[in-house]
Design a protein around this ligand. Structure first.
Ligand code: SAH
Length: 498
């Protein structure tokens, strides 16, 4: 039965078309909660949920893949969409694989372990294309016929996603919350369950470097043996909040960070002694103090408990010092691919002035400096800028300088001071570029803009602004920095028109 599907306000009159007045189910929905449905899956959301269409209604079904037909139980119904739980695969996708991880179903870390790798790469490219078209209103070559007279072959070239030959054990950083098991009260550490703050205990994560898994296991063991008290989010009591492990994949150096609620870490000497005994590769043991009741992992104060304040790693022959709170790309192998592409798109001949906005510890800046006249990097975290300056010196690079502050404030000031960029590289966090920064780029008129993005939707939004300001988006390369997750990174080249 078609239950009162008329659109607009009238169709929502209470008690319409057989829906009882007390039911919370919207009258437009063709399904009731707990109903069993069979649906065809036509796509994946940006979160990796299957998108099913049935009776003109959209159902999101975790675990279902495009091309599949599934039987599912409706769990939640909204006006135009709902959520259902996968019950049975009626028709299975040829791209479906058995997830190799034991805790995949519960853990929120990966979303696509049931989707084979080539299909994942293809989906990531299409996800980028869809964002460029829908949000950016951009023309992508090969995407249907275009209303405004452009041919299918015209438009932005979106290359195939650059994947990994061996897409496991790629992460150089693990950061996991510490808590208490609901079963037996034991101290546990792992990832949050999908969409919640329940900790799933984890001993072996297949996308982590083995060193990092080892750090987590060792820290858990020491915590239990020393009787450390895990932090409790609800009450705000307890000491140990998070453990972060970072490995320099080329150098083998390891950093261990214990995030504590308060400055006091009981038995700190014991901690240092035990960690050093059990992890011979460790170069840095650091405590970070976070007393706030927040989701943000790190607090402002960082104390070195033992060893160096930084560890070192190398990318493409450039050495980097990395401190606890600095951003450093988590997949070093793919990072080299990403940065090489960014340098290629910058089109440098050795004389250009380049600005690297959101530069972190100066990684892209130093790649650029090898081929540019002069590079200016800007970044909001002061420690990262200290690392960046140190990294330039460490590599004998003298044509790069760095300043701490918001890119949207510092770059306009540079412009007033007479700095004129031939190329601007931006690599913002997920929320994209600040509008004031985009405005400054348009005012500065560099010949090329290279946009490195970890979020296709804010990328598409920002590209629209740059296009409207006289830039043309030429090429996009998606790079798979995060296999088995829904995340996709892109490098984009824009050229000034005319
Ligand atoms: N390009 C670097 C870092 C990219 S991550 C790399 O590849 O390693 C994005 C960076 O932007 C982070 O280091 C973050 O601290 C910084 N950031 C966030 N908001 C900022 C702002 N408004 N101005 C400058 N930097 C900012």
């Amino acid at each position: 039965m078609n239950k009162g599907r008329s659109r607009g306000g009238k169709g929502r009159a209470r008690g319409a078309a057989g829906v009882s007045a007390s039911a919370a189910v919207p009258v437009d929905a063709p399904f009731q909660k707990n109903e069993e449905v069979t649906v065809d899956i036509i796509g994946l959301t940006h979160d990796g949920e299957g998108v099913g269409r049935a009776d003109g209604f959209t159902l999101f079904i975790q675990g279902a893949l495009p091309g599949e037909r599934v039987r599912a139980k409706v769990m939640k119904v909204k006006k135009q969409y709902g959520y259902a739980r996968l019950e049975e695969l009626v028709l299975k996708s040829p791209s479906r694989i058995e997830p190799p991880c034991d805790i995949y179903k519960e853990c929120g870390g990966c979303q696509l372990q049931h989707f084979d790798y080539p299909a994942q790469l293809e989906w990531k490219r299409q996800h980028v294309v869809d964002n460029l078209v829908r949000i950016g209103k951009l023309h992508v070559a090969g995407e249907g016929s275009l209303a405004d007279g452009k041919s299918v072959s015209e438009g932005i070239i979106v290359h195939p996603t650059v994947g990994m030959d061996e897409p496991w054990r790629y992460r150089n950083k693990a950061s996991v919350p510490i808590g208490v098991s609901a079963h037996d009260g034991q101290l546990i550490a792992g990832f949050y369950a999908r969409g919640s703050h329940r900790i799933i205990d984890m001993d072996d994560c297949l996308i982590e470097h083995e060193h990092n898994d080892e750090v987590i296991r060792v820290v858990k063991r020491i915590s239990r043996e020393l009787g450390a008290s895990p932090y409790d989010e609800q009450s705000g009591r307890g000491v140990l909040r998070h453990v972060m492990a970072r490995t320099g994949v080329v150098t083998g150096e390891i950093m261990v960070v214990l995030v504590t609620n308060g400055k006091k870490l009981p038995q700190a000497e014991q901690w240092v002694k035990r960690i050093r005994e059990e992890l011979p590769g460790v170069k840095s043991i650091v405590q970070n103090v976070n007393e706030r009741n927040t989701n943000v992992i790190f607090g402002d104060e960082t104390l070195v408990l033992w060893g160096s304040e930084v560890i070192y790693d190398e990318l493409d022959g450039i050495r980097f010092a990395i401190s606890a709170r600095s951003f450093y790309q988590v997949n070093p192998m793919q990072t080299v691919e990403l940065y090489r592409k960014a340098v290629e798109y910058a089109g440098l001949t050795g004389t250009e002035t380049v600005i690297d906005a959101y530069c972190g510890i100066g990684t892209i800046s130093l790649f650029l400096a090898r081929q540019a006249g002069r590079v200016y990097g800007v970044e909001i975290v002061p420690e990262a800028i200290e690392d960046a300056a140190r990294n330039a010196a460490l590599n004998g690079i003298s044509n790069a300088s760095f300043e701490a502050g918001p890119a949207e404030v510092v770059i306009p000031r540079w412009r007033k001071e007479g700095i004129k960029a031939d190329v601007i590289v931006v690599d913002p966090p997920r929320k994209g570029c600040d509008p004031a920064l985009l405005e400054t780029i348009l005012a500065m008129q560099p010949e090329r803009v290279v946009y490195v993005s970890c979020n296709p939707s804010t990328l598409a939004r920002d590209l629209r602004v740059l296009e409207d300001g006289g830039y043309r988006t030429d090429e996009v390369v998606p790079v798979d920095m995060f296999p088995w997750t829904v995340h996709v990174e892109c490098v984009v080249r824009l050229t000034r028109e005319g």
